[in-house]
Design a protein around this ligand. Structure first.
Ligand code: FES
Length: 138
């Protein structure tokens, strides 16, 4: 019961922070050094944020896992297995999934959605490329 209530509270808090009116545009870094599949951990406006280049698109996640607060952005980036028939192994979505190093929960980098429970999300930030630099909406 405690976990369920906590998850709902975190989801509500994350939703509230996504209101466009509460976001400010902040310089993050130059994009030239981030190649597809790479990430960079930066601090913006007092928040640790991981910026990821996923197949040429930039995404940003708060470096705090919604499970127990682990350093989410330090975990491995990989793909995941898809539902398949008996004795079948279907690996897909390479470089789109971030696995928390603490307990292995997996999150879609683009949305922050937890793969095993879509009601749980890591906080994400919109990323914009402008004049060769990356900006976050914090
Ligand atoms: S703190 Fe991330 S999976 Fe537990």
């Amino acid at each position: 019961m405690g976990n369920s209530d906590g998850r709902k509270a975190m989801t509500r808090a994350a939703s509230a922070s996504r209101k466009p009116g509460r976001r400010r545009k902040q310089y993050a870094c130059g994009p030239a050094n981030l190649q597809p599949g790479e990430r960079r951990l930066i601090e913006v406006d007092g928040k640790q944020v991981g910026i990821f280049n996923v197949n040429g698109e930039y995404y940003a996640l708060h470096n705090r896992c919604p499970h127990m607060g682990g350093n989410l952005c330090a975990g491995p980036v990989s793909g995941t297995t898809l539902p398949a028939g008996p004795y079948q192994f279907v690996y897909a979505r390479d470089n789109e999934i971030l696995r928390c190093a603490w307990h292995g929960w997996e999150f879609e980098i683009a949305t922050g959605i937890c793969l095993v429970d879509p009601s749980i999300r890591a906080r994400t930030y919109a990323v914009e490329v402008e004049n060769g630099n990356l900006y976050l909406y914090i």
